[in-house]
Design a protein around this ligand. Sequence first.
Ligand SMILES: Cc1cc2nc3c(=O)[nH]c(=O)nc-3n(C[C@H](O)[C@H](O)[C@H](O)COP(=O)(O)OP(=O)(O)OC[C@H]3O[C@@H](n4cnc5c(N)ncnc54)[C@H](O)[C@@H]3O)c2cc1C
Length: 413
Amino acid sequence: MKRSADVIITGAGPAGAATALLLARAGVDVLLLDRAPFPRPKPCGDCLSIGATAVLDRLGILDPLLAARHARLRGWRIVAPNGSAFHAPFSRQSDVGTASLRGRALSVERSVLDALILDAAIMAGARIERQAVTELVRDSHGCVTGVLTRAGTYTAAITVGADGLRSIVAMRLGAVAAAGSLRKLSLTWHLPVQDADLTGEMHTGDGICAGLAPIAQDGVCNITIVANAARFGRTVAHDPAAFAHSAIESLPRLRGRVPLTALRSATPLASGPFDRPVRRVAFDGAVLVGDAAGYYDPFTGQGVYQALASAELLAPAVEMALRTGNCRSGAFRQYAHERTALLRGPRFVQRGIEFILCRPALANRAIARIRRAPDFGRAIISVTGDIAPARALLSRRALSGLLFAPTLPENSA
Ligand SMILES: Cc1cc2nc3c(=O)[nH]c(=O)nc-3n(C[C@H](O)[C@H](O)[C@H](O)COP(=O)(O)OP(=O)(O)OC[C@H]3O[C@@H](n4cnc5c(N)ncnc54)[C@H](O)[C@@H]3O)c2cc1C
């Protein structure tokens, strides 16, 4: 049978398209298969961490992105369930660890971002076809040799699974572990929001949180509500706009800023659950990247950074495997180790934050203390912004600020 390409990539989101771009630039024959027509919407908070924009810059996509509709974030405001808040601006130099908060944190609608990365991959020589992958094809030794779609079989030396949170490739490889313990769902709208400036906002509440980020200079914001699925799943299914409105009204600093009529005027993008543990990412003839390789939580999970940075790790491994003719799982071992090292710290921090957030009284106390310890606040924003390792939270300066935080007057938020 004639080979369809050297490499088939299922999924043309940031992980798949960035991998395709890097491989195509290296002269590899790459075929992307995606079930959706691009540009396509994607449930997301639409925020790009400073780490993510740095990768986009390396890929040569930052300039086209800056020419497209976007907003440049000035910092983040994290609001506790009782309304107290800490604010971490990006403009001040941080000397926490090696982190610099100078850099570009942007917000941009995913339909725009993903199409730009895909366009760059196509310009570099990658091909794309609109096909939904349903199955993997294997040889008599169990090595993956391609994928099956309704249009037929596509064969390649290497198959990359970049098909997102509910990856069919990961499932067919038997890579998905038991369902994750974190059961959350999300609803996303793009709407004008009262009193929104260029600061991203994260409002935490009892079993819910809401992220707000401008996606353009005209006041249109991404508003994403994430909720505990066990508690709120039925209510959300019954009337998503009414649920979102009551969630917004329960958050002290969001109350009154998004009318129900605005929420009813558009259909939200829904997603969840997110916690999807994956046991392995490297297989004979196949490898996983992006959300397909496992995801935890969108609250701090800068998934786009992780997708792009993993693509940068994967592309050289794929290239080498093609060059040596060894496409067995061992050829992707180093990629697997590097990816684990990349994600270990952020996942640890995410779990710590999740532990605090699902206990509103603890979240109130934690945010009140961080408000009095700006170095620690900046360290959190640096770590979750993908520009500092998780150990920056343990630096002497960050920790001593936290432990010996001065008392502030009540009204100084
Ligand atoms: C509510 C929410 C908010 C988030 N907010 C942020 C944020 O603000 N910032 C951030 O950095 N990250 C955020 N994330 C995470 C981020 O969206 C993901 O980590 C990122 O999209 C992963 O990229 P990917 O390329 O792996 O997958 P995706 O972007 O999901 O792309 C997968 C692609 O695969 C295609 N596909 C799926 N199945 C098949 C199939 N069978 N055949 C062919 N094609 C297929 C899909 O059509 C899609 O185009 C958020 C996630 C959620 C759910």
